[in-house]
Design a protein around this ligand. Structure first.
Ligand SMILES: NC(=O)c1ccc[n+]([C@@H]2O[C@H](COP(=O)([O-])OP(=O)(O)OC[C@H]3O[C@@H](n4cnc5c(N)ncnc54)[C@H](OP(=O)(O)O)[C@@H]3O)[C@@H](O)[C@H]2O)c1
Length: 280
């Protein structure tokens, strides 16, 4: 079996300097007439796929949103769609492989909304390669996007989250792991390893924040019908995959729980995935 082409090389995008999309956001904020929120969420990789579904669900639940992504036009279109649905949204172009970009992203969210109740560390990439063919640049990119960025975003956000948790006891960090982090599939060894690290980091986060009103949950899905799984959609039709809205529903469920309940991990399998493919 050939190594899955989880991600084709994308053209480089210069988003190492995060910047609010001034004009569009000015228009959005004009449309909503305010920039103060009762609840606010930051979703990395909110420009498509799972991140967009979560952003929409949080927005519909009354959260003011900051969404980020690398590709400006894609991000703009998504932000426009959400704004047209009467959601409060700010879009910030940021390549999360840059530490400074993540620091500035969180700072921009704080400047815009003044608080953070839900951090969704969702941006992620997967590159399938056989063991003997793993290129260091692909290894580094997966580590940088899937793990390093999530650690830095959490570091930068934790004070605001603690404050929100102290207020209402229901601040939340959601980290997108993967079933690959539990099942360690072949040809996705690096991707699986980054996601296993996300699961471990999320457990540490949950323990370290215990009693602060901030919970941390890692969500570990099998195939979800997004751009990321296009490589597999010839074999498994998108409608037979988990839907991005299912993951949004899981986040919504977490937010409905009482402050005394924490869920460290949610594994989401495809309903028809048997033991031979271990839920993927
Ligand atoms: N789809 C699945 O089957 C599946 C299963 C398990 C876990 N997951 C995890 O779920 C998360 C979302 O996946 P998805 O399926 O929704 O993927 P997707 O459709 O490919 O979307 C990925 C998002 O991450 C952003 N992103 C990627 N690299 C970035 C970077 N360097 N800086 C900033 N943003 C970046 C993308 O923005 P740009 O397009 O602008 O780069 C996009 O918004 C990932 O962490 C993934 O590993 C997915």
């Amino acid at each position: 079996m050939p190594a899955p082409e989880f991600l084709a090389e994308r053209p480089p995008v210069d988003a190492s300097e995060p910047r609010m999309i001034q004009l569009v956001c000015a228009w959005f904020l004009l449309a909503i007439g305010e920039s103060v929120a009762d609840r606010a969420a930051l979703i990395t990789g909110g420009s498509g796929g799972i991140g967009l579904a979560i952003a929409r669900r949080l927005g519909e639940s009354g959260y003011a949103l900051t969404i980020s992504g690398r590709q400006e036009q894609k991000l703009l279109k998504t932000a426009e769609r959400l704004a047209n649905e009467d959601l409060k949204v700010e879009a910030v172009v940021a390549d999360v492989t840059s530490e400074q970009a993540v620091v500035d992203l969180v700072a921009e969210h704080k400047r815009q909304w003044g608080r953070l109740d839900c951090l969704v560390n969702n941006a992620g990439i997967g590159i399938g390669q056989a063991l003997g063919e793993i290129q260091a640049k692909h290894l580094d990119r997966q580590l940088a996007v899937n793990l390093r960025a999530l650690v830095i975003a959490t570091r930068e956000s934790v004070e605001m989250l603690r404050q929100a948790g102290g207020e209402h006891g229901k601040a939340l960090i959601v980290n997108l792991a993967s079933i690959a982090g539990k099942q360690s599939p072949p040809w996705l060894s690096v991707y699986g390893a980054t996601k296993a690290a996300v699961l471990s980091y999320s457990r540490s986060t949950q323990k370290e924040l215990a009693g602060s009103g901030v919970c941390c949950t890692a969500i570990a899905p099998g195939f979800v019908a997004t751009d990321m799984t296009q490589f597999a959609q010839g074999e498994v039709a998108p409608e037979r995959m988990i839907q991005p809205e299912d993951i949004a529903e899981a986040v919504s469920f977490l937010l409905r729980l009482s402050p005394s309940c924490a869920i460290p991990e949610i594994v989401v399998s495809r309903s028809e995935a048997g033991p031979d493919i271990e839920g993927i």
